[in-house]
Design a protein around this ligand. Structure first.
Ligand code: GLN
Length: 488
């Protein structure tokens, strides 16, 4: 293997660690040094504790020496989006509101990673409270796309995507409410997956829109993504929406998957607004699957045109309710000079939230208010059901739906910040999977003429992660897009 340690996959490192070719401490040092070298350009991290990471790595090496290795993630550095609670670490959600907040407990996904010996590495930048598609809504810093520092890494999990793509972590975790894992994965040239709603516990994930949010992995290979999902998935009594299911060996599913499959191509995802180079790359992928013996079936998802509108009603409604807890009293930013209690709420929220978060709270409060509830929120819920039915109908004929992940490659910093609607359209292909609760994965499928990554998306049936990962892995096995590295 000629790749430096920081660019190797977790799967490969696990083999090397088991064979005694390297140590967890050596891997942690490689990742730390890489981060020191490129972070001035990438700016993916809010917070890093190098000593703590090295200490975790040394503990992993000691376990291994004593024959108590905790599995393939033992000793692997995993970066964490700054929306997941890690006991004793800062948890800011890229918001002034939580600038000085320290998490008092571990999220369930974090507890599971600790039980598996992963080395938790840093806190990664994001759009404030996960609202955005470019990570420009962070109150603290702008993260660069490692492929072109003038461009955005996507969002809202832009720090997680950029860090993984740049070799500043082996794996990272993000959250996806409308595309926030898949879209930045596509724009940074790596794999990102949103699991089925309910597969991964949301306990300890700061809530944005609770009926849409899911935690998922970023990785530089499909098998690595499978490994990380397998580690974090599974029933959790602390999340009442958590699904009771046996968790299959997803990594094994990736290794053993073989075509043919029936793949649906929805006409609605290949219309106006799709960049010609993205279209060409995705069409090449379709031709690949056809040549592998898959049946390519044209399908229709007729309610697709309503997805963005429905999402921005439901997501903002839920956000307005979830964000009501930031009142400057129990935790979070508290205004210094308030006249009385009501003034304290007003001032603290006015000072603590950024403009996109305020826009969402106002919109969400509006669509829930009496007189408008029926016209907006209730109708949006009905159309959400129709969108889900479109997919369930399609899955009677196909195993998965194939689409572009993002209509365009990474855009320039500042290009869409003054036009919220243009920004909202970044997620036009990813939002429906959240509304329908379905798993979706983005896999690198090409580079544009400007050397910017392009991703293809596969959307699967509820709890069909194993099959979906298998299809994605088969594409990856026969291509080298995932092996291309950004010119940092
Ligand atoms: N870009 C979408 C939004 O701004 C999705 C964000 C997300 O998935 N967290 O809401």
């Amino acid at each position: 293997m000629s790749e430096p340690l920081h660019y190797r996959t977790a799967t490969d490192l696990a083999r090397g660690l088991a064979a005694g070719e390297t140590s967890a401490e050596e891997v942690a040092r490689a990742v730390i040094e890489r981060t020191q070298a490129v972070e001035p350009k990438v700016r993916a991290f809010h917070h890093r504790d190098e000593e703590d990471a090295l200490e975790q790595a040394r503990a992993s090496d000691r376990r291994r020496a004593e024959g108590r290795c905790l599995g393939p993630l033992d000793g692997i550095p995993v970066g964490i989006k700054d929306v997941l609670a890690v006991e004793g670490q800062p948890l800011t959600c890229s918001s002034k509101m939580l600038e000085n907040f320290v998490a008092p407990y571990d999220a369930t996904v974090i507890r599971r990673l600790k039980e598996r010996g992963a080395v938790l590495w840093g806190r990664l930048n994001m759009d404030e409270f996960a609202m955005g598609s470019s990570t420009e809504n962070s109150a603290f810093q702008v993260t660069a796309n490692p492929w072109d520092p003038e461009r955005i890494p996507g969002g809202s999990s832009g720090g997680s995507a950029a860090a993984c793509a740049a070799g500043e972590a082996i794996l990272t975790l993000g959250s996806d409410t409308g595309g926030s894992i898949r879209q930045p994965a596509a724009l940074c040239g790596i794999v990102g997956m949103k699991p089925t709603y309910g597969l991964v516990s949301r306990y300890g994930l700061v809530a944005f829109a609770s009926s849409l949010d899911q935690i998922g992995p970023f990785a530089r290979s499909v098998e690595d993504a499978a490994l990380l999902i397998g580690a974090i998935a599974g029933h959790d009594p602390l999340d009442s929406t958590s699904y009771r299911a046996e968790i299959p060996d997803y990594a094994e599913a990736v290794r053993s998957a073989r075509p043919p499959w029936k793949i649906g191509i929805p006409g609605e995802y290949f219309g106006e607004g799709l960049d010609p180079e993205v279209r060409a790359a995705v069409e090449l992928a379709i031709e690949f699957y056809r040549a592998e013996g898959c049946e390519i079936i044209d399908i229709s998802l007729p309610h697709t045109q309503y997805a963005v509108a429905v999402y921005y009603i439901i997501a903002t409604a839920e956000a307005s309710s979830n964000l009501a807890r930031y009142d400057g009293v129990r935790y979070g930013h508290r205004a210094a000079e308030a006249k009385d209690a009501v003034d304290l709420y007003f001032q603290s929220r006015a000072e603590g939230f950024g403009s996109e978060v305020k826009r969402r709270i106002i919109l969400g409060t509006y669509v829930l208010s009496s007189g408008y509830y029926d016209a907006y929120y209730l109708r949006a819920q009905k159309v959400r059901t129709l969108i889900r039915q479109d997919f369930l109908e399609a899955f009677k004929r196909v195993d998965a739906v194939l689409t572009p992940t993002s209509p365009v490659p990474a855009f320039k910093r500042g290009e869409r910040t003054s036009d919220p609607l243009a920004m909202y359209l970044s997620d036009i292909y990813t939002i429906s999977a959240n509304l329908a609760g379905l798993p979706g994965i983005s896999v690198p499928c090409g580079l544009s003429s400007g050397h910017l990554p392009i991703g293809l998306q596969l959307i699967g049936q509820p709890f069909g992660e194993a099959g979906l990962l298998g299809m994605a892995g088969h594409f990856e096995r026969h291509h080298d897009h995932h092996l291309k590295r950004p010119p940092l």
